[in-house]
Ligand binder design. Structure first.
Ligand code: GLU
Length: 418
């Protein structure tokens, strides 16, 4: 049976509540999303027929600021997943100190079956349905799995059209020409690599010898592979939804992400890239490598395969790739896990810069965005590392959650009038 994502999110919250100072009433509030919208979106298909798509938006908590988080287009989207993702956004924004709460949206759809026009009408339909609930001061969506800058441009345009004036700050992750910001596209991966380099230093790993496997070759996995390649790291395996590849022994030491992408664009998958052996996504996770970067979907490492993981370090570039059961098993094996809410926060950090720039109509250079990203995420890493070291038997996840949940709980308490 598929693991229930929201149950996992609640378990993580309960685990941390035992080691932090949070009163029962506040904890009770933090166990529930503040508001959930379920919408049915009629879309005129190219055939002339109407199809209705189910969409969600979960607004989890806004004690620290407006709700913030992506929109996912995927056939497996469900309410539990959207709720979990919105809770994780809440902790993510909090742990890196952004003035945001957390939210998440999703639509049940297989985008590969839609034409560009159908995708546009669906994206606009989502905004029409949720118009009253989003906005720069309320809830600011962004890209997630299978949503990209073009979709954000349509969403921003639809919202602006309904308001009667340009509202670029209603979504982030837009193309640069319509209010996007430089570097946003690769910022999740860039943030993850900054965090990765910090942990390599702390664990005193020999950087040049590390073998890395990356699951996923989309918004996050591709840029992670590309940045790591440019820095001289050995990325030996990558995968996409159709399967994975691992370098054959004795040949190249690392995959050139740009070349692999060309192959994927030409053939539809990374599979079949010259000099590699084809593996499944499951096999990729169990490879004899030093570092795993799950960069696709949640619940890929569970109690079923945790024992077979050989990597000593896991950097969670995806949201929720490990179940709480897997966490326990991996901790026993001495595997270090850098939690998603820290490792993949680079995306929302640069989204925050984009929103700030939209509100001020004053735009920064890519260098400014990326150097500010580095400062924020490295400081957050140091804070989490410091917390881990001063609490007994504390994993990085627990430490990150302790900081994040405590911050939200304090804001909730200060604002409440009960
Ligand atoms: N979808 C991304 C995440 O899970 C980015 C969210 C955002 O930029 O608001 O962190």
């Amino acid at each position: 049976m598929k693991s229930d994502a929201f149950k996992n999110a609640l378990r993580q919250l309960e685990n941390v509540s035992k080691i932090i100072d949070v009163d029962e009433s506040t904890l009770e509030i933090l166990k529930h999303p503040k508001k959930i919208m379920i919408v049915n979106i009629p879309v005129k298909m190219d055939s002339g027929k109407i199809e209705v798509f189910k969409g969600y938006r979960s607004q989890y908590n806004d004690a620290l600021g407006p709700f913030k988080g992506g929109i996912r287009f995927h056939p497996d989207v469900n309410l539990s997943e959207v709720k979990a993702l919105s809770a994780w956004m809440t902790w993510k924004c909090s742990v890196v100190g952004l003035p945001y709460g957390g939210g998440k949206g999703g639509v049940i759809v297989d985008v590969r079956k839609l034409s560009k026009g159908e995708l546009e009408r669906l994206s606009r339909g989502y905004v029409q349905a949720l118009r009253d609930f989003i906005g720069p001061e309320k809830d600011i969506p962004a890209p997630d799995v299978n949503t990209d800058p073009q979709i954000m441009a349509w969403m921003m345009d639809e919202f602006s059209r309904m308001q009667g004036y340009n509202v670029p700050g209603v979504v982030t992750g837009k193309p640069i020409e319509v209010g996007g910001t430089r570097g946003r596209k690769f910022s999740t991966s860039q943030g993850g690599v900054y965090v990765f380099e910090k942990i390599v230093e702390k664990l005193e790993l020999d950087a040049k010898k590390i073998k890395i496997a990356i699951q996923g070759f989309g918004n996050v996995g591709y840029f992670a592979a590309d940045i790591l390649f440019a820095l001289g790291y050995n990325v030996v395996a990558v995968s996409d939804s159709k399967g994975g590849i691992v370098l054959e022994d004795g040949k190249e030491k690392t995959l050139n992400a740009k070349e692999v992408l060309k192959h994927k664009e030409a053939t539809g998958s990374v599979v079949g890239y010259p000099g590699t052996r084809t593996i499944t996504n499951e096999e990729l996770l169990e490879l004899d490598v030093d570092v795993l970067m799950p960069s696709a979907l949640e619940n890929v490492i569970t109690d079923k395969n945790a024992d077979k993981i050989k990597a000593k370090l896991i950097v969670e570039m995806a949201n929720g790739p490990l179940t709480p059961e897997a966490d326990i098993l991996l901790e026993k094996k001495g595997v270090t896990v850098v939690p998603d809410i820290l490792a993949n926060a680079g995306g929302v950090i640069v989204s925050y810069f984009e929103w700030v720039q939209n509100l001020q109509n004053f735009y920064w250079s890519e260098n400014e965005n990326i150097s500010r990203l580095r400062t924020i995420i490295e400081d957050a890493f140091d804070e989490v590392w410091g917390k881990k070291c001063c609490t007994e038997n504390c994993s990085l996840r627990l430490a990150a959650y302790a900081i994040a949940v405590e911050r939200v709980a304090t804001a909730e308490k200060l604002r409440r009038n009960l």
